[in-house]
Write a protein that binds this ligand. Structure first.
Ligand code: AVJ
Length: 319
């Protein structure tokens, strides 16, 4: 039998579920209660996120893609050819497709926490771009990393989708510094950053009419019921996303409608009626705020692109 599977080099750093357990217990022990958003992305969560990206209210993905399509040649000129292109949180590896022909990287390295989704996406990409050397790295990029990936050559990181928005300002600065270490002096970072805008537009993007974001949010509890044998009564939670003007962020919450006691591994967590579990922050920046943050992490801004309605921005930074 001749198998003709495109080769994907796979590296598994095994971001472990022991982290899931301890981080969930820490979050539910806190007041107010919270859960880390990186755990949204199991197989089902990744599928739901892909659906979110197509929602009419969720302007983020389509606006960023428009910018990548419109200015791809300019972005590629800044990055230079033959770079090692490394995407943080590559998910379905859809956006990078827009840039590959122009960028002509010597290799593409997809990095993601969700192993099955990562492998599927990397394999599909290698199939569709036969000339491209594809690597897949299963890793939790939000943890301080020791990255033994040895490929030589100038590096460009790709961090689209405003994923940086999930991090508190201090942690965002730390992560940007880590990306600087990853690409090295003279390396590049092409990053998508969502912008501050009208509250109604922002809140609609996270409270969509079809309830996909609600399903995405509740899927986190389904995952904890399945993987940690927790007992969340999911039908008795209400999804709600709210703009926090003091902190410049959208907050996603799950409000328990009833009193319930959650048990995980002998730990008990009491939820009062109306009590929230805070599941995500999505920070929004002004161009100036983001540039200040990037420069505090050692990056120089070479170019910024925005759409006509100033909904979203893409930045090319050099370390
Ligand atoms: C992937 C973190 C950028 O904050 O907009 C979308 C995640 N959550 N809808 C975002 C998300 C609810 C998304 N990020």
């Amino acid at each position: 039998i001749i198998t003709d599977l495109p080769a994907v080099e796979f590296y598994d750093f095994e971001p472990d579920t022991g982290d899931l357990r301890s981080e969930v217990i820490a979050g539910l022990s806190s007041s107010p209660k919270y859960l880390p958003p990186k755990y949204f992305y199991d197989q089902r969560g990744s599928e739901l996120f892909d659906q979110i990206c197509e929602l009419p209210e969720y302007y983020v993905t389509r606006t960023e893609l428009g910018l990548l399509q419109r200015h791809g040649e300019e972005m590629a000129a800044l990055a230079g050819k033959d770079a090692v292109l490394m995407e943080l949180g590559s998910g379905s590896s859809m956006k990078i497709r827009t840039l590959l022909a122009a960028l002509q990287p010597q290799a593409y390295v997809a990095m993601d926490i969700s192993k099955d989704h990562l492998l599927g996406a990397a394999t599909q990409l290698a199939e569709d771009f036969g000339w491209l050397e594809v690597h897949a790295v299963c890793v939790d990029y939000s943890q301080p990393w020791e990255f033994p990936y040895q490929k030589q050559g100038r590096r460009t990181a790709f961090f689209p989708g405003s994923s940086l928005g999930n991090f508190e300002p201090g942690a965002a600065k730390t992560l940007l510094s880590q990306i600087g270490d990853l690409v090295g002096r003279g390396g590049g970072l092409l990053i998508g950053i969502d912008l501050q805008k009208d509250v109604t537009v922002l809140e609609a993007a996270y409270n969509d009419a079809q309830g996909v974001t609600e399903a995405f949010n509740k899927n986190l509890l389904m995952r904890l019921n399945a993987e940690l044998k927790a007992n969340f009564d999911i039908d008795n939670f209400t999804h709600k996303a709210l703009w926090n003007p003091a902190q410049n962020r959208i907050e996603m919450h799950l409000f328990s409608q009833i009193q319930q006691t959650i048990q995980i591994d002998g730990h008990k967590f009491n939820l009062a009626p109306g009590e929230s579990i805070h599941t995500e922050n999505s920070y929004k920046y002004t161009l100036k705020q983001f540039q200040t943050l990037a420069s505090s992490a050692g990056f120089e801004t070479l170019k910024v692109w925005t759409d006509d309605d100033d909904l979203f921005s893409v930045h090319y930074l050099q370390f």
